[in-house]
Write a protein that binds this ligand. Structure first.
Ligand code: NOJ
Ligand code: CA
Length: 799
């Protein structure tokens, strides 16, 4: 195990209050500044949260309502055993923003007991019901969860009470609330059961109702709002006192996803948990022993502290995998953007208005003749994943030292996949006639490139489960070690949601099964993450937010918000690196202009953390800008140190990162089951960090101390000063500065006005300068960012 525990669990106290009276407990953070207070008022549990004695969360209710009971899990309690402890450890993530993460908290576990309950007909049943509320108080926030033990003998201090009356039980509502004093600013997306693919709105909570529908209109599909004041988490807020308060959840397993529903008056803004129902309306079917996810309230005085916080990861369990040597960071390209931007297609032919795949168990013998036969189909000539085109990408990716290439549209079924709620939609096994799977893998491996598999399930979870084992076996057979999965459209089984408990369990099963096959997973459209990648680090990415695929619909400043919200739960496959911002160049009928400069895209490789980073644009769009592309080649994707220099959600982020040299070359070394792979290939970032000349190997050189600096801004141009005091004193470094040119701008008022009209507004996204400069720890760099722009700097010790 990579985990080192440096301090022990200490049982501090055991307290008992079994008389059912009003009872209070409180717990402080290790630095003593944050305090959670728990109280039973007339047998009803409440908690509140304070910073330096001032309320951050006012008295807020806790608990649940249940099916088959007239009494609830939110009143009628007395207190049983109370436990306190402290914990302090430093653990090492397999990949991450830093090599060492401190997990330091004080803990309070309060056992709540009901001696009897009322059944669904109101009859009293003399059996005890026990629920533990566990609080963990960190210096940067609070986590609490509900636990439902099975054996309760030790908890209630009664000799004849052995088993919890909660055995298998169904939740009808969670009553947990977060009552906030005042009307904070918030960066929010609307509450939903299925998608997070929205632009963020920045507003006061009091404005949510009037602004609620607009993000839906420019966002993803399908969406299902439950309320006109529903909000998703992670919800970043800022109080009038300048406190950054963020509500989210950690470790969502075997439980539905939490949304928040807002109600308010002038003084109190109440966010109540709203759980996603399953197809039958329940919001949790549980069997004890079990527990809820952690509900979290992060409290930071500086925006940069939000980015530094590891609250969500820390609340997840340690790595569950014994062997993690096959997991590695990945920098990749893809036969992908050309389909997204309409240059080519996932599908192969126009011959089939409907597709019936071979093997479909619902087809009666009399319909076997209706099975779609691709060998007889006439290709339409626009299929992206064809042998020649894939080879072209492999050549480019290999020439420039990438680790991997994603290929979408390789498998049959794409002619009839979208928006049909179809069950047997793909088989994940059969390639199109013009995609030679064995030969392309061999070709790629010989050049040190791995292919990334694509499994678009079209949200037919039923079907993906049917094929998962065979699909992962096929990947093993040919040496794929990563899959991008997808959940576009309505969930099948019908009536389930992307966030409902059975589907949460499916995503998890896919990760666990993939781990058995040594496969890393990057799921798109799945639920937004809650830190589970600590426990299953083969979960190297997720989309689960509005990513680059939305092109012109992405609001300026979007990428300055995501690290405060979506990224709190885990890395995002944002797919940056789009140099050609005029989509008409990709397809004449696609009129979007994208609102960013080339340097903004470069800055994202540093400000946006992911162990899986893509260079998403076409090779031919990089070719005219190989000098700027050099930064994408040089930048690492896994870090031992990250410094958040300045940030404000919705405005700007400036970050510096130091690469983890131990993982720099893992992908290209041919780990795992790359049967026909060429060993000794050096990845592009390793080449930079080791300062390798052609023909030199890593063994012959020591790494040079290297840092990367990145900045991104919204539609405001900004000038920032960055002190390089994180460099080693007395050492000379060479900085290569990729900056927006004086006349650069990524902003355009209307993304459909066309290139020429946009230029009249000053739109000039490809204008950049590249300068080299000797710097030391005393240097202060002045960097300018254009509207929707940014910068990137590589800083390497001079040889
Ligand atoms: C949506 C995903 O986000 C995108 O990356 C993918 O290409 C398409 N679905 C097709 O699977
Ligand atoms: Ca998507």
């Amino acid at each position: 195990m990579r985990r080192i525990i440096v301090a022990l669990l200490v049982l501090l106290a055991v307290g008992v209050n079994a008389n059912g009276q009003t009872a209070r407990e409180s717990l402080k953070s290790p630095d003593g500044r944050l305090e959670v207070r728990f109280e039973l008022k007339d047998s009803v549990p409440y908690y509140s949260l304070y910073l330096d004695g001032k309320a951050v969360v006012l008295d807020s209710r806790m608990g649940f309502t249940l099916e088959w009971r007239k009494s609830d899990l939110a009143s009628g309690f007395k207190i049983g055993r109370v436990e306190r402890s402290s914990f302090d450890e430093v653990w090492q993530p397999v990949w991450g923003e830093e090599a060492n993460i401190r997990n330091h908290y004080n803990e309070l576990a309060v056992t709540l007991v009901q001696d009897s309950y009322l059944d669904h007909e109101g009859r009293r049943v003399d059996k005890p019901t026990v629920m533990i509320v566990r609080f963990r108080m960190y210096n940067d926030g609070l986590g609490f969860r509900y636990e439902f033990p099975s054996d309760i003998n030790a908890l209630t201090h009664s000799n004849n009470q052995t088993f919890n009356s909660l055995v298998t039980f169904w939740l009808t509502d969670e009553l947990t609330e977060f009552r906030l004093p005042g009307d904070p600013m918030a960066w929010w997306i609307p509450g939903d059961y299925d998608t997070q693919e929205f632009n963020y709105t920045q507003s006061r909570l009091s404005q949510v109702r009037e602004l609620h529908d607009s993000p839906h209109i420019s966002g993803g599909w399908p969406w299902k709002s439950f309320s006109d004041t529903g909000l998703q988490t992670a919800l970043q807020m800022k109080t009038d006192d300048g406190l950054y308060v963020n509500i989210h959840e950690a470790a969502v397993l075997d439980f539905p996803t939490m949304n928040l529903d807002l109600t308010y008056n002038d003084e109190v803004y109440r966010l109540k948990v709203h759980l996603t129902p399953d197809a039958t309306g329940y919001v949790g079917r549980l069997t004890s022993p079990c527990y809820s996810p952690w509900r979290t309230v992060q409290v930071c005085e500086k925006a940069t502290d939000v980015l530094r916080s590891r609250l969500i990861l820390n609340l997840n369990e340690p790595c569950a995998l014994e062997d993690v040597g096959w997991i590695h960071p990945v920098k990749y390209m893809g036969v992908w953007w050309e389909m997204i931007s309409d240059h080519s297609t996932w599908g192969y032919t126009n011959d089939f208005p409907s597709v019936r795949l071979p093997g479909d168990p619902s087809l009666p013998p009399s319909l076997q003749g209706a099975i779609t036969d691709y060998t007889k189909a006439k290709p339409h000539g626009r299929h992206g994943a064809n042998n020649a085109n894939v080879r072209r990408y492999i050549d480019f990716a290999a020439q420039h030292g990438f680790d991997a290439l994603l290929i979408e549209g390789w498998n049959i079924g794409w002619e009839d996949w979208y928006g049909k709620d179809k069950d047997y939609v793909f088989d994940f096994l059969t390639p199109y006639p013009d995609f030679d799977l064995p030969a392309l893998n061999k070709y790629a491996h010989e050049k040190g490139i791995r292919l990334i598999m694509h499994h678009e399930s079209s949200s037919s979870v039923t079907n993906y489960e049917r094929f998962m084992e065979r699909a992962y076996n096929l990947m093993n057979e040919y040496g794929y070690d990563a899959v991008k999965s997808g959940y576009v459209g309505h969930i099948v089984p019908h009536g389930e949601h992307h966030y409902s408990q059975p589907i949460i369990n499916h995503y998890h099963r896919a990760i666990v099964e993939a781990a058995k096959h040594h496969i890393m997973v990057n799921a798109h459209e799945a639920v937004r993450p809650t830190g589970l990648c600590r426990t299953w680090p083969n979960m190297i990415g997720n989309e689960s937010a509005m990513g680059t695929e939305f092109r012109g619909r992405i609001n300026p400043g979007h990428t300055t918000i995501l690290p405060f919200t979506r990224l709190q739960g885990g890395p995002m496959d944002y797919t940056p690196g789009i140099f050609e911002t005029d989509m008409e160049k990709n397809a004449p009928w696609n009129h979007d202009l994208m609102r960013h400069t080339i340097c903004n895209q470069l800055g994202l490789y540093v400000t946006f953390y992911s162990p899986l980073q893509m260079a998403a644009d076409f090779p031919e769009h990089y070719e005219p800008h190989m000098d700027a592309f050099q930064f994408i080649k040089d930048v690492a994707v896994d870090w031992d140190t990250s410094i958040y220099i300045m940030a404000e959600p919705g405005d700007y982020i400036v970050t510096a990162r130091h690469p983890k040299t131990s993982s720099l070359n893992l992908a290209a070394e041919g780990v795992g089951r790359l049967r026909d792979g060429k060993k000794g290939v050096v990845s592009n970032a390793a080449r930079f960090v080791y300062g390798l000349e052609e023909g030199e190997t890593l063994e012959e050189r020591e790494p040079l101390d290297t840092w990367y600096l990145g900045g991104v801004t919204d539609e405001e141009a900004r000038e920032v000063e960055v002190k390089l005091d994180f460099l080693k004193p007395g050492v000379k470094y060479e900085a290569t500065i990729y900056a927006d040119a004086k006349d650069a701008s990524g902003y355009v008022s209307d993304v459909k006005i066309g290139w020429e009209a946009a230029q009249k507004e000053g739109y000039n996204p490809k204008a950049y300068t590249i300068t080299k400069k000797t710097v030391t720890s005393k240097t202060v760099l002045k960097l300018k960012m254009a509207p929707c722009g940014g910068f990137a700097v590589s800083i390497r010790e001079r040889q």
